[in-house]
Write a protein that binds this ligand. Sequence first.
Ligand code: NAD
Ligand code: IPM
Ligand code: MN
Length: 359
Amino acid sequence: MRAQIVILPGDGVGPEVTAAAVTVLDAVAAHFDHSFHFDEHLIGGCAIDATGEPLPAASLEACKAADAVLLGAVGGPQWSDPNAPVRPEQGLLALRAALGVYANLRPLQVHPRLAALSPLKNEKLKNVDVLFVRELTGGAYFGAKTRTSDTAIDECKYTVAEVERVVRRAFNLARGRRKHVTSVDKANVLETSRLWRSTVQRIAAEYPDVKVEHQLVDSMAMLLLTQPSRYDVVVTENLFGDILTDEAAALAGSLGLLPSASIGEAKAGLYEPIHGSAPDIAGQGVANPIGTILSAAMLLRHSLDLEQEAAAVEAAVAEVLEHGPHTRDIGGQASTTEVLEAVLSALDEQACHAAAFLR
Ligand code: NAD
Ligand code: IPM
Ligand code: MN
């Protein structure tokens, strides 16, 4: 198949991890006889420096026309003055809104080889397999913002339609998994959460085969650490989902491991690791590329319908997590490039198996 993929490297470690993932996608194209065309554009701090805007019109137009978008990360200390008129993160939010990618899928699995890196006891990490479905284009991120010299307001707003569409996604995804949805809110305090909860209750009636439970976000933050294997699909609003998924990354062993897929009604989605620009290690060639490589696998699956190719990339990554080499964040000494090379050779083997299977 032919596909047009926009690459938005962004800032900090963004260019290092997207370069690795593009190399993996190139290898997939070669092994499975596809033609992927990559088109690189500016977003974030580097875009502000070059054009004054965090999401230049040329970048947005290219993303809208693409089959899929792969992004590294945006932001960094040089653009983080709290009084700055424009910020890198605004570019990412504008892109998510413009692409209409309201459902952010963040899978969490714990590779047994890495369980020792988690602060939790190993036995708690057995059978952890959670799919977070984070609402991505509403809530406090997108409400009206005002600031005077002594007051600041971030409006948090949700409509029934916004809740319904993401919750339906979560229920449909649960049907392909263990048929258990945990909806996380703060319905004891927030009006938006009460609207959220009553919408989930109404939609749940359409899915009698799926078990649903409601959990307040504060206790969920605790339960995620004490009983992580209890959860299957966890659906929640934008800000809660942002925070809970970084917490979840500690179970996997590093923020550098977790991928994400942001999807809406259109086939074209936005794929990015859940981590940020990691300014503390940027430019050193030691960033863990696995979160971005797994995001590329999600791109193959969700935007290009290439399930076998996605599975081959995931199997290659699993092989490297099992046998190394590993970057520093997961207890190794390897560089980004060394991990990439190992993923490429594991992918060679995967592709040979796939070819033998097809013959
Ligand atoms: P961060 O995710 O950038 O870093 C947190 C910690 O995790 C750091 O110690 C970092 O070195 C480590 N880490 C992250 N990714 C890693 C990787 N691939 N390999 C190895 N270690 C990794 O979070 P932060 O420091 O809170 O934020 C830094 C900047 O990134 C901020 O400007 C923030 O807005 C931005 N950010 C962007 C995105 C995005 O573009 N999607 C996501 C989160 C944060
Ligand atoms: C993420 C990031 C973003 C978010 C920021 C950079 C806007 O933390 O993708 O998790 O909060 O959504
Ligand atoms: Mn985040």
